[in-house]
Design a protein around this ligand. Structure first.
Ligand code: HEM
Length: 350
């Protein structure tokens, strides 16, 4: 017996799992179109999430979630702790790139119609992931406790309070009181480092499990024979591609952190409202819409848009039952994308 067989036998006696079945389950043949990055974009946010978990754990060694100390602890991390600026920069940039990657992945799924039967539920799971990723960004930015993040959180508190029926309750739950204060920071911290990571881990587990059980949508390109679809093994081929993408992402992240290291704005002052409140760029569209539509209308329309987004597979199916060749989803996707881009640019340039 070789030492590897010995070790396998030893493990099999103590953990009686069928390793061959498990290897088979994890080693699905992957369709050829996943060789193109646009089609295997799902691995990119997964990798960036790992970077965030590792750098996030390192940041919590020094971050202090108390209103009087939070800002100084971030300043300490940025200016004094060994490689603190680099770790904080990696955390910040990977968060931004993750949002870009998740949106691009959702767009790929949308524009290729890969959310259609039997993948509707996975689209809903993905929609929840998108919401959680945005919440990660919001709670993380608020932890810095600088002027803009403090007042951004104040606006978010007002938005939450404007939710019909449960608004007052939700606003009070989020803030832990009338105003952003000691309780709020503790809640944002617990959400950011405990609740949201747990939720996203569970959602990702279900997302990947459904992909593995149903398989990914098969696409065929002009140079392929649809009668004989080609596949390649997940291990080692696809895993090696994903790892190569990971190395490239690490180089990109390092360049971004060195070229644009993380800074720090003014310390939060609850008594002075800044002249221009601006959220992070990924909320520009929502903020501009808030200014245009007013608080109540913006909350209701954005809530409705979120429901339409998550329920799109069923809306699309209803449309295609009447008109099987309808490509209305492409039209709706393009219009929605241009609308959100327009709002984002408008807010960015204002
Ligand atoms: C951290 C976030 C996410 C991760 C790590 C992730 C991961 C993945 C992976 C690895 C795949 C396999 C194919 C590919 O790589 O494209 C996939 C497919 C899929 N994802 Fe995601 N995903 C995320 C977010 C989302 C979001 C936001 C949506 C939609 C709103 C979504 C909907 C789907 C659907 C419907 C499929 C099946 C596509 C097909 O059959 O071709 N995912 N995801």
């Amino acid at each position: 017996m070789t030492p590897v067989q010995d070790a396998r036998g030893w493990l099999a006696e103590r953990v009686p799992l069928n390793l061959d079945q498990l290897t088979h389950f994890g080693n699905e043949p992957v369709p050829n179109h996943l060789k193109r990055w646009w089609f295997c974009l799902g691995g990119t946010p997964a990798y960036l999430f790992l970077v965030q978990v590792v750098t996030g754990i390192l940041l919590t060694f020094y971050y202090v979630p108390e209103p009087g100390k939070a800002y100084d602890s971030v300043r300490y991390i940025t200016d004094e702790a060994a490689y603190g600026w680099f770790i904080r920069g990696l955390h910040k940039w990977s968060a931004n790139l993750m949002i870009v990657a998740v949106v691009l992945h959702a767009m790929r799924v949308f524009f290729t119609g890969a959310y259609r039967k039997p993948r509707e539920l996975n689209w809903v799971v993905g929609s929840c992931i998108l919401g959680v990723v945005l919440l990660f960004g919001f709670t993380g930015y608020s932890l810095v406790y600088e002027q803009l993040s403090y007042w951004g959180a104040t606006v978010a508190g007002n938005i939450t309070s404007a939710v019909p029926v449960m608004g007052d309750f939700l606003g009070a739950m989020l803030r832990g009181g009338e105003r952003i204060g000691d309780n709020t920071l503790t809640r944002f911290f617990v959400l950011h480092i405990g609740v949201l990571p747990t939720i996203i881990t569970c959602l990702l587990f279900v997302h990947i499990l459904l992909i593995r059980l149903i398989g990914v949508t098969e696409f065929h390109f002009a140079d392929e024979d649809p009668e004989h679809p080609q596949h390649f093994p997940f291990f080692p081929d696809h895993l090696l591609t994903e790892m190569a993408i990971g190395v490239v992402l690490m180089i990109v992240l390092t360049c971004l952190v060195c070229a644009f290291p993380p800074g720090l704005g003014e310390r939060a002052n609850p008594l002075v409202t800044p002249e221009h409140i601006k959220p992070e760029w990924y909320f520009f569209w929502a903020f501009r819409w808030l200014k245009l539509a007013g608080l109540k209308a913006a909350v209701v329309t954005q809530g409705l848009a979120a429901v339409l987004f998550a329920g799109w597979p069923w809306i699309d199916a209803a449309i295609r039952r009447r008109r099987p060749d309808s490509e209305l989803s492409i039209f709706v996707g393009v219009v929605a994308f241009l609308f959100l881009l327009g709002l984002t640019l408008w807010e960015a340039l204002a």
